[in-house]
Design a protein around this ligand. Structure first.
Ligand SMILES: Cc1ncc(COP(=O)(O)O)c(C=O)c1O
Length: 393
């Protein structure tokens, strides 16, 4: 009989074993494109969904399925579908939901390629969208139109780290019969559980904290078994951004240390934020741990930690931001986040360069802002690196 476990580390350590036919300690890597049917009739029956069994890795694979079940279980969802990237997961969820003439309501501030996808859907398929801060019920109500089919939010928003109240948005969405989709990449289920707060679907760039080691591009979507089946049989099967079994295997390995890594990320971020708050060269600091008022109360209600992402602006603007990044030695200049290594990037010219300047300003993203993903190195070393870069400014 399976032992009952409740702690995060025990749960994570045990994510990968239940249906393992070889009794191997680590999950089997089933690196195959297709599966052999014992006879023609079984092949036909599996295709028709009349008999269980794998058919072809684009439709399902045991290693990928373990990863899907792991993310769904951690998020508290009925089912999950893995994708080849976070953008694969986001488009994989939005496409089956939306038709020409429909409208999507979106948090003001989303990842640059999510913005690019929404523009693409508007240009090619007449699927409209509106960005709104979604900070009050009135803002949500006025932004919903007769054509709105779903609400899509990131929280914390990349890269400003502003927070959106998931429960309030979920209640408004459900009053109008709309689905709420939350990008939980920045928090992971370790720190934030959108489904418990009323969200219908959670999407992830598993490239980030879930994988954690900078060696995989991957995505996941979780939600009701019924909607995930629709996603699997439409966008996954027919558009085909499938995750490779080896990448699923790497993700399962990374996820076993999720809790340990997240604790260290958060501890480091707290130290780094305190250091940055004392630098005269820092004109503005965005770290949820320092938010006040309504934003602080959202943090307290829906996040178990302020996280490990910090954005800041230097008093010298963009020129100073670039010079500062070039002076860093330990912290690497790279997009991506949630890696064991600390990574710094410049959203206006990198991750959010697709977002027009006026929209960037509206979402609170000035050209001088840099975004730091605090890794799991020793905080003293990170602070020493930041300190020498400030001295050289
Ligand atoms: C919040 C967020 N969502 C989605 C994505 C897209 O994920 P991927 O790069 O795995 O496609 C990113 C990538 O940086 C992200 O930061």
């Amino acid at each position: 009989m399976e032992p009952q476990v409740s702690g995060w580390n025990t749960r994570l350590a045990r994510l990968t074993g239940a249906k393992n036919p070889y009794d191997s300690l680590t999950p089997p890597l089933v690196q195959t494109s297709t599966f052999v049917f014992p006879d023609a009739q079984t092949g036909g029956a599996r295709f028709a969904g009349e008999q269980p069994g794998y058919v072809y890795t684009r439709l399902g694979n045991p290693t990928v399925q373990l990863f899907e079940e792991a993310v769904a279980s951690l998020e508290g969802a009925e089912a999950g579908v893995a994708f080849a990237s976070g953008m694969g997961a986001i488009s994989g969820v939005l496409l089956p939901l939306l038709k020409p003439g429909d409208h999507l309501l979106c948090s003001e501030g989303v990842y640059g390629s999510t913005f690019g996808l929404l523009e693409f859907l508007a240009d090619h398929f007449r699927i409209a969208h509106t960005f709104s801060p979604l900070q009050t019920e009135a803002q949500i109500e006025t932004a919903i139109t007769g054509d709105t089919k779903a609400i899509y939010i990131e929280t914390p928003i990349n890269p400003t780290l502003s927070l959106v109240d998931i429960e309030m948005v979920a209640q408004a969405a459900h009053r109008h019969g709309l689905m709420l989709i939350v990008d939980n990449t920045f928090m992971t289920p370790y720190w934030q559980k959108p489904i418990e707060l009323g969200a219908d679907v959670v999407v992830h760039s598993a490239t980030k904290y879930l994988g954690g080691h900078g060696d995989v591009i991957a995505g996941a979507a979780v939600g009701s078994a019924e909607f995930m089946r629709t996603v699997r049989l439409s966008t996954l099967k027919d558009i085909g951004a499938v995750l490779s079994p080896f990448d699923a295997w790497l993700l399962l390995r990374g996820m076993r240390t999720l809790a340990l890594r997240m604790e260290q990320h958060a501890k480091n971020a707290q130290r780094v934020a305190a250091f940055l708050a004392n630098q005269t060269a820092v004109a503005a600091l965005h770290y949820p741990g320092y938010f006040e008022g309504g934003q602080r109360s959202i943090l307290q209600r829906q996040m178990r930690s302020p996280g490990a992402m910090i954005s800041f602006e230097l008093s010298g603007g963009m020129k100073a931001g670039m010079a500062f990044m070039n002076h860093l030695k330990l912290i690497k200049i790279a997009v991506s986040l949630g890696d064991i290594h600390s990574l710094i990037q410049h959203p206006a010219s990198m991750t959010h360069s697709l977002v027009p300047p006026e929209e960037r300003l509206r979402m609170g993203l000035p050209d001088g802002m840099v975004r730091l993903s605090v890794g799991i190195e020793d905080a003293d070393d990170l602070i020493a690196d930041l300190s020498q870069a400030f001295e050289r400014l």
